[in-house]
Ligand binder design. Sequence first.
Ligand SMILES: C[S@@+](CC[C@H](N)C(=O)[O-])C[C@H]1O[C@@H](n2cnc3c(N)ncnc32)[C@H](O)[C@@H]1O
Length: 223
Amino acid sequence: MTGTGMSGTGPGEIAPDGSAVEFYAAMPFDERSAALVHGALAPGTAILELGAGTGRVTAPLLALGHPVTAVDDSPEMLAHIQGATTVHSAIQDLDLPDRFGCVLMMSYLVNYGDREALLRACRRHAAPDGLVILQRETLEWEEGSPRDWSHDGIDFRVTQVEPRGPGAVAATIEYRMGGRRWTHSFTSRRLDDDQLPAALEAAGLRFDRFLDDTGGWVAARPA
Ligand SMILES: C[S@@+](CC[C@H](N)C(=O)[O-])C[C@H]1O[C@@H](n2cnc3c(N)ncnc32)[C@H](O)[C@@H]1O
């Protein structure tokens, strides 16, 4: 993703989008996100997971009975995944012959990359009655003093936020875990409620519903 404002530093392999492989491999499984996705689907629905990383959500989705095809453009990330079909590809270039009952693109990828190309890849791989589930950023990025928070033994710190035009910021987050330190820099572009229908429509999708109270989880269907 050279030239897209995505980069990362720290020990181990760094994925093209700046995500640190060792950091994601050391984080606990994301059971909560998996439960939320599972709750929106019929039992056993096959899931295409875009940007699966080391499988933090893949593993609990498999345990909940969903066959998962996990896509990522970092082979080092995918090497950590067990029990799913893995596909090494950029999401926007993905052209699988299969159609899925669920296409899942979380981790705010809809805020970071080429939005239309990413959403078109979601649409391309959704079955006619399938559900596309997106996780979008709801955080209000603010310039000014650094912000810190901690969970699961990880210390997070936003070290830089700079405006990059209307609704966009360049940000850097620092992660510290067990004496190791990584940074991840990215540009985040807002996808507000009023922009959502048009963004989905441009990719051949229509808004279906929000899956949570914050509006961070969006369900869409082929138009
Ligand atoms: C922030 S990590 C999150 C991984 C996983 N969803 C999780 O929650 O642990 C984002 C992942 O998406 C992958 N990724 C980002 N943009 C991508 C793209 N355009 N095509 C394929 N993979 C991408 C990165 O390589 C990385 O593994």
